[in-house]
Design a protein around this ligand. Sequence first.
Ligand code: ING
Length: 315
Amino acid sequence: MSRVITVGAAQIGGIQRSESRAQVVARMIDLMKQAKSNGCDLIAFPELALTTFFPRWYMEDREEIDTFFEREMPGAETAPLFNAAREFSMGFMLGFAELAEEGGRTRRFNTQIIVDKTGTIVGKYRKIHLPGHAEHEPWRAFQHLEKRYFEVGNLSWPVNRAGADLHSGLFGQMICNDRRWPESYRVMGLQGVEMILLGYNTPVHNPPAPDHDRLGDFHNHLVMQAGAYQNATWVVGVAKCGMEEGCDMIGGSCIIAPTGEIVAQAVTRGDELVVARCDLDLGASYKNSTFNFARHREPGQYRMIVERKGAILPE
Ligand code: ING
């Protein structure tokens, strides 16, 4: 029996700071309607999709910062997404800023969830690779304060089997900067992942390395295609993009096969649905040959990867 699912990567154009969650959710519901008319089983939204990318501003007022966080999921303003999942019989992935009371204290994470066609949360991930900086750096055209506003994720990279007719697919997640680190994919590859869903907010300009700016789109696809091929998994990358509060962000949302090939990609930098039929078994021939991990990997030789944080040069 074929395990083909139709996937929609729901790219979202700039969300201005004044835009309410209700307005953003309405844009998402519109994309879900388009996905339904395209026969999608699953739709994926970007990182921190409910608000503007707030880490671009230095803020000190805890109340102001916490206006960007969700205290419950679903909450009143996100419930329509869960209702639409049931109405359209469509799973979804959503990125949002999570405020959680855990272990007797308040914790804040850059989080993504996967929800199945019954509206049940079947997967949750908290971003591990937090880029940027923790203190105000006024020399920058815009801040990137993820290290200030979020804790490092504490869930590793789980792989979950999705029922409710996502064909018992093995789904994993990562978020934005995670996609630049091969370890993110490999932890899920070692759990047999068949499809990785990831959202991103990537400015065109990277203040500490402006010479990299011309390669932003190339690096975006390079890392996701490599991760897909080297772990024999589908990768769905979804941008929040375009001009957002004076910060221009790359688009390039795409659906990448376990072969490493981009099978569909966005051509605008606004709200755009990218659709592809994805055979969850397509990676099997790679998992059984070139990337048969059990047969070919030599973890005894890889110890340095886990034990060493930064590079140590030879004498
Ligand atoms: N954004 C960026 C990303 O990793 C960045 C940060 C931009 C890193 C450009 C390197 C170069 O795509 C997030 N949100 O991680």
